[in-house]
Each structure stands twice: as C-alpha cells, then as structure tokens.
Design a protein around this ligand. Structure first.
Ligand code: NAD
Ligand code: LMR
Length: 342
C-alpha cells in the first residue's frame, strides 16, 4: 500500500510539474546558433513547449552535445542536431518557426552596431538558407544589431523572391520583459499584471518604453519616467558590464525569445488573441521598420496596433522624434549591406 501511494504521489507530481507536457500540437521549430549562450537555454525552454513536435538545432560548433543532452528531457518534441553548412538545408525543411540567435555578442565598451560587420554576414547566409528551404516559416531575428539585421533579412528574402513582411520579426520582447520587471519593482505592483509596450527599435535611445500606456494604469512622476526609460534603454549594457567580457544577456533573452516563440505557435494554432511587441515592417511611422505592439495570427502579423502611438506624452513624443534619425540610419545600413553585394 505504501509503495502504491508513493507511486501515485510521484505520478501526480509528474503530471503537475512542467516537465510532463501533453502534446497539444505539432509544430517544427529550428534554432540557428543553438549551442550559444542564448541558444542553449532557449532550446531548453522550447523543448518544454506542448506545441512543438520537432526541435531542430543548428550551430557551426558544439551542437551535438547540446542536442543529446536536451533529447533526454521527457517532453514530446524530438530533438535533432545539424552542423556545418552542408546540414543547414535539412535542418530547415518543413520548419514553421526559425529562431536566429547566431552571431557574436557585445563586450563592455561596444555598441550593438559594432557587431554589424560579423553578424550581418551570418544573418545574410542563414536567411538565404531559410529562403531556399522554408520560405513560409515565421523568422525570428535575435542577432544584433536587430535594427539592421532585420532589414538585411528582408532584403535577402526580397532578392530570393520570397519576402513576406508579415512573417519577419525582430525579437524585441526582452525590452518588454525588462520594462515590466523594472516598473513592477519601482511601483511595487504585482508583476504578473504589468504590461508596458516598448516601441521603436532595439538599441540605446531607439528603445522607447511607452510608460504612459502601462496596463494597468500607473502614475509616474517625471523623474520616475526619466529614470525608468534610461534604465530600460541601458539594460542590455547593464548586463554586458556585469558579465565583464563574458558576453551579453542570454538567460533573460532566452526567456523573452521563448515567450515570443510560444506566442507565434499559439497564433499558428489558431489562437485569435495573440499580441506581442516586435520590430517589423510597418507604416506606423515614416520608417520602413518599427517596433510596436502587433497582433499575430496564422499568417503572421495580422495588425500593427496604431492606437499605441496616439496620445503620447510630451516626453514620449520628443523621444519618438529623437530616435528616428538613428533608427533610419541603421535600417539604411542594413539595406545597403545587401544591395551593394551581388
Ligand atoms: P554566443 O557567442 O554565446 O552564441 C552565438 C552562437 O552562434 C555560437 O554558438 C556560435 O557558434 C553560433 N554561430 C556563429 N556563427 C554562426 C553561423 N554562421 N551559423 C550558425 N551559428 C553560428 O552569443 P549569444 O550570447 O548567444 O548572443 C547571440 C546574439 O544575440 C548576439 O548577436 C547578441 O548581441 C544577440 N542578442 C540579442 C538580444 C535581443 O534582444 N534581440 C538579446 C541578447 C543578445
Ligand atoms: C540586450 O538588449 O541585452 C541585447 O541586445 C544584447 C546587448 O548587446 O545588449
């Protein structure tokens, strides 16, 4: 009897705990750069999703061990490893969502744009393979500088004749995650409820949290707005400095990216109530790409929520105008990178 009750308890525990996941759908997800600082914890979080049946991991090094390790988790998805350019096509065949965190991270003293020369080439090569092998997939770009790597991806897809602007996303969900956390800390509110839209781009002053649009409504003093805005804009640098040469945000990024993957999968699965902030092709401003809240549906971006930019405070309006030249230059730099190379 003792034995029986023990096993029943263990079973119940298993059923309650997050590692016992009932399959609910069967989407294929690929992570490119899967052995990296972001790639590994991101792959783990995706492995926990009940919506995923296949998890394809690609990297130029060390991916075999990561895949072997992850494959022992008793969750539904099948993990497969792919390495080297010759295996990239197979990694991507039939995939619904491709997440790209491949590339070098910042060290103290660097801007995200300092990563351009290396990461632009990496993103270009990987997106070419996406265009050739899974042109209908949702593409999530994490590699920095996001303000330029997303326009690079768009140009590559255009050259390949498969660009669908509704399916190309710059991942800016970490900015929202940070804004929610810092606002809840500052205002002593329940974290689970806080939702701060973050618009613009993903570097320095181009990151614009719209604190006046925080839900549920919170009142901020001018000093609080200034302090929170600057902290959210510099949060990446805060982590880069704390890591002191060992890289940039990986764990919080994996968390934020996994949330974006899960939202995308729910949208693909027919959930009609999926909203996230993301850096996408947009006509919200005069800039061709802009991060804002979007509605995601089965076919990708279903709507860009334009009301978010209405009724801004004077502070936000000024910050919005101030970010445009930098964001515009980063977009043009991305376009030019692809256009000037045959
Ligand atoms: P990392 O160096 O730990 O990992 C990068 C991985 O990419 C490595 O495993 C490397 O082997 C792999 N890689 C390099 N070239 C590749 C190629 N051609 N194909 C496939 N894989 C390749 O770096 P990280 O900390 O994981 O950061 C990765 C990128 O994400 C950086 O550019 C960083 O700036 C960016 N990042 C973006 C955000 C965001 O909010 N969007 C947040 C954090 C980091
Ligand atoms: C972040 O915001 O943490 C990332 O963009 C990485 C970085 O370089 O700050």
């Amino acid at each position: 009897a003792l034995k029986h009750s023990y096993s029943t308890k263990a079973q119940k525990h298993n059923q309650r705990s997050y590692n016992y996941v009932q399959p609910q759908a069967s989407y294929k997800v690929a992570v490119l750069g899967a052995a990296g600082g972001i790639g590994q914890p991101l792959a783990l979080l995706i492995k926990m999703s009940p919506l995923v049946s296949a998890l394809n991991l690609y990297d130029i090094a060390n991916v075999k061990g990561v895949a072997a390790d992850l494959s022992h988790c008793n969750t539904p998805s099948e993990v497969a490893d792919f390495t080297g350019a010759s295996e990239l096509a197979n990694c991507l065949k039939g995939v619904n969502v491709v997440v790209i965190p491949a590339g070098v991270p910042r060290k103290p003293g660097m801007t995200r744009d300092d990563l351009f020369n290396i990461n632009a080439n990496i993103v270009r090569t990987l997106v070419e393979a996406v265009a050739d092998n899974c042109p209908d997939a949702f593409i999530h770009i994490i590699s920095n500088p996001v303000n330029s790597t997303v326009p690079i991806a768009a140009e590559v897809l255009k050259q390949k004749g498969v660009y669908d602007p509704k399916k190309l996303f710059g991942v800016t969900s970490l900015d929202v995650v940070r804004a929610n956390t810092f606002v809840a800390q500052k205002k002593n509110t329940k974290l689970i409820d806080v939702d701060v839209p973050v618009v613009g781009g993903h570097a320095g002053i181009t990151i614009l949290p719209l604190l006046s649009k925080t839900k549920p409504a919170v009142a901020f003093t001018d000093e609080e707005v200034q302090e929170l805005t600057v902290r959210i804009q510099n949060a990446g640098t805060e982590v880069v400095e704390a890591k002191a040469g060992a890289g940039s945000a990986t764990l919080s990024m994996a968390y934020a990216a996994a949330r974006f993957v899960e939202s995308s999968l729910r949208a693909l699965d027919g959930d009609s109530d999926v909203y996230e902030c993301s850096y996408v092709q947009s006509d919200l401003t005069e800039l061709p790409f802009f991060a804002s809240r979007i509605k995601i549906g089965r076919n990708g971006v279903e709507a860009v929520i334009s009301s978010e930019l209405e009724g801004l405070t004077e502070y936000e309006q000024k910050a919005l105008e101030a970010l445009k030249p930098e964001l515009k230059a980063s977009i043009e730099k991305g376009f030019a990178f692809v256009q000037k190379q045959p």
